[in-house]
Design a protein around this ligand. Structure first.
Ligand SMILES: Nc1ncnc2c1ncn2[C@@H]1O[C@H](COP(=O)(O)OP(=O)(O)O)[C@@H](O)[C@H]1O
Ligand SMILES: [Mg+2]
Length: 361
């Protein structure tokens, strides 16, 4: 990696006897869209506010663009923050709201105007400068908050669940915009979210956090396909958990005897260490496929439909297979009739014996 834009080393934060961050270390590259993902209360906001300078860490270091920012006030850091409840002034115009962030720079009126209109163009509100902020929709207000943060040209933009107040449809539209905006301005973004799909769709890399610790840092695809632990696997999407006996091991994969599934190859995630003769295994619900025509492949098992939920484009099924304690979760697209399968139907499930992942506990 080139020199990181943000380098966090062994960061700790305690509130009294409660430790909100435990030895957090991570690097964010210049121009990267980086997300902090985890359940409510895991320390995402505490970490973001520590980068911004609104919290004082108990130990550890934060360097931004090569310089330690410990002890520096928020306005002495090359960062700016967009809050969950974007505090814009309803009685001011859109342009006045954006200009507010610039006041302390004491620019000439013409330069100030130029910077404001540039920031409004960036968030596609170029023609809204004269509107009162209270006349705007929720999505437009959020764009004003973004423009106000961008107008100061920070090196790093910190965003704390900026879209969580919006309804689902608008949130999805704003996600696309946020990603496009980040590419256009090229500023390093650090986004806090508890929404796995938001993190997967937007980020170059994701840090998954639980209980004040970073559990895994990787690209969306790597995190989804090769989660390092059961906890990460279960937090991002569905996962069928199995166990198996290790037969053989290479640097990158395990050969595992997995009961009814026979001998399968399981990818070893980075940092996986073998603890014994057995291992936990996972296979994603969309990697199990209903066979609509009999097929002569050894990689299939027989099961019975226990339950199904209809989601429009997909059906989520629970299928009990012989020899397994828990029903398997299976996701099928509805083009082939999964939505019409009755409870109790017997099906053949095919799987790729390479689609398994080994999981540390
Ligand atoms: N000012 C504070 N005083 C005491 N505890 C706090 C304070 N701020 C946060 N916490 C606690 O620290 C933990 C992490 O909080 P937070 O960083 O807000 O989590 P997240 O943003 O992931 O939901 C929570 O248990 C929270 O209750
Ligand atoms: Mg939070």
């Amino acid at each position: 990696m080139t020199d990181p834009m943000i380098a966090i080393h062994a960061l700790e934060k305690s509130y009294g006897i409660y430790k909100a961050l435990h030895a957090v270390s991570l690097d964010v590259a210049p121009g990267e869209f980086f997300s902090l993902l985890g359940p409510s209360g895991c320390g995402k906001t505490t970490l973001l506010r520590s980068i911004a300078g609104f919290e004082t860490p108990s130990a550890g270091d934060i360097r931004i663009d090569g310089e330690s920012v410990i002890g520096k006030a928020p306005n002495q850091r090359p960062t700016n923050m967009v809050f969950q409840n974007y505090a814009i002034f309803p009685h001011l115009s859109v342009a006045e709201n954006v200009a507010y962030g610039l006041k302390r720079l004491k620019l000439s009126p013409s330069e100030e105007k130029r910077r404001v209109s540039e920031a409004l163009d960036q968030v596609r509100l170029g023609s809204y400068g004269e509107r009162r902020a209270q006349q705007l929709s929720g999505g437009q207000r959020q764009r004003v908050a973004l423009a106000r943060a961008l107008v100061l040209r920070p090196k790093v933009l910190l965003l704390d669940e900026p879209l969580s107040a919006l309804d689902k449809k608008l949130r999805e539209e704003m996600q696309v915009e946020l990603r496009a905006l980040q590419r256009a301005v090229g500023i390093t973004f650090v986004l806090v979210t508890h929404d796995q799909y938001e993190a997967l769709a937007l980020s170059d890399r994701i840090a998954v956090m639980f209980a004040g610790r970073v559990a895994q840092i990787a690209t969306p695809k790597e995190i989804y396909q090769h989660p390092q632990s059961r906890e990460v696997a279960a937090f991002l999407g569905g996962m069928n958990f199995l166990s198996g006996r290790i037969l053989n091991e290479t640097a990158t994969s395990l050969s595992v005897e997995a009961g009814r599934f026979g001998t399968v190859a399981a990818t070893k995630p980075a940092g996986f260490t073998r603890t014994g003769e057995t291992t936990a295994l996972g296979i994603r619900p969309e990697r199990l496929r209903i066979l609509w025509e009999p097929q002569d492949t050894p990689h299939q098992i027989t099961g019975t439909v226990v339950d199904r939920d209809y989601f429009g484009e997909t059906t989520h099924l629970r299928i009990r297979a012989e020899g397994l304690d828990e029903p398997l979760s299976v996701i099928e697209t509805n083009s082939f009739g999964a939505d019409d399968l009755p409870r109790g139907a017997t099906v053949q499930l095919a799987y790729d014996p390479e689609a398994f992942v080994a999981l540390a506990d």
